[in-house]
Design a protein around this ligand. Structure first.
Ligand SMILES: Nc1ncnc2c1ncn2[C@@H]1O[C@H](COP(=O)(O)OP(=O)(O)OP(=O)(O)O)[C@@H](O)[C@H]1O
Ligand SMILES: [Mg+2]
Length: 329
């Protein structure tokens, strides 16, 4: 079986003139190599395709694959993560990870929270600020947390994200609206412990690969898992496999319920945090979780819980190939 690989290689975009921050979510060569090597070890053949436009070129030239392993984040628009799977659907080519509807929905953290809240799952109260005058209509109690509506990898998240009064709210919203040219999500600040849960599988077969707690060291940016804390995690963050019960089960229940509700496929990661009273809340879901074998949260948390990179990839591929069997029937 030949697996095509679609990905956004950071170095290619840097060469094209995009900035470090614009390309922060894109992958490094060693991630693609790790995925490729692991797929070979699992008995698959692979062919590198690359980003959306390279996929378009190959499709036009008549290339086809049995399955595409897709980790493209996309460059333009709120639907950018959905573009590659949408194109592959158009050619009836199956792919690993979620469908366009899931990837478009979950990139919008506000709409995702509406679905989560509608199902009665806990997530902080929030408002979406489209233009700066909208802050007049934010009726939430301080402190609040302010972040871009549709980014990942901690982009736009720093010490100014926690705001304690109207002036700080206005300043951070203004800065984010300008920098990211997209709406801003304003949420109740959760001051408690933070966890992330790994999941593989689809629907009823979805299962966790483990849960880890994210602990900031003394010298880390305080109170949040920010862009700079993520970039420098080796010196600033401690990751601990969560074993404490019933907390571990509570984290995994919330993660699995959210993942199934949002109809994620094959694998992903759910981020959550406790409020001051110790109640767990859904923060966001990552249906295209980073897959760097050493530095990405999903492989790290899986490894801490005894699931190797090879095993993680095997579980993802087992899920994807089950879908393949179903779609060929
Ligand atoms: N409402 C909140 N209250 C407290 N902390 C928050 C809140 N929202 C986000 N954070 C902090 O900011 C971090 C990043 O937020 P979030 O997970 O939404 O961003 P992201 O860039 O999508 O992350 P990822 O790297 O997982 O894609 C969280 O891990 C958490 O530490
Ligand atoms: Mg996150």
């Amino acid at each position: 079986m030949t697996i095509g690989l679609t990905y956004d290689l950071r170095s290619e975009y840097l060469k094209m003139g995009f900035s470090e921050e614009e390309t922060a979510e894109f992958d490094k060569e060693d991630t693609i190599e790790a995925i490729e090597n692991t797929l070979h070890q699992l008995g698959y053949q692979t062919e590198r395709i690359g980003h959306l436009k390279q996929l378009v070129g190959k499709l036009a030239a008549g290339h086809r694959w049995d399955l595409v392993f897709n980790i493209c984040e996309g460059m333009y628009g709120i639907g950018r993560e959905a573009q590659v799977p949408a194109l592959l659907d158009g050619f009836n080519i199956p792919y690993v990870f979620s469908n366009p509807l899931v990837l478009a929905l979950t990139l919008d953290k506000g709409l995702t929270k509406r679905v989560i809240r509608d199902a009665g799952l806990p997530t902080p109260d929030f408002a979406v600020v489209y233009k700066i005058t909208d802050i007049e209509t934010v009726h939430l109690n301080f402190p609040l947390f302010v972040k871009p509506l549709g980014e990942g990898t901690g982009k736009g998240i720093n010490s100014h994200s926690i705001v304690n009064n109207f002036t700080e709210l206005s300043n951070t919203c203004q800065a984010l609206l300008k920098t990211f040219e997209q709406p801003v999500l304003v949420e109740t600040f959760l001051s408690g412990r933070e966890f992330t849960v790994g999941i593989t599988g689809t629907g009823e077969l979805a299962a966790t690969t483990g849960t880890m707690e994210i602990l900031q060291r003394e010298n880390a940016e305080k109170g949040l898992y920010s862009y700079s804390n993520k970039e420098n995690y080796q010196s600033l963050i401690d990751y601990i496999a969560l074993e404490e019960e019933p907390l571990k089960s509570q984290c995994e229940n919330l993660a699995l319920k959210s993942y199934k509700l949002l109809q994620c496929e094959d694998g992903g990661r759910v981020d959550m945090r406790m409020d001051g009273a110790g109640v767990l809340h859904f923060l966001e879901i990552n249906p295209l979780a980073g897959l760097h074998p050493v530095h990405s949260d999903l492989p790290i948390l899986s490894r801490l819980n005894g699931v190797s990179y090879n095993e993680l990839m095997k579980r993802i591929m087992d899920s994807a190939t089950k879908k393949l069997i179903r779609s060929n029937k």
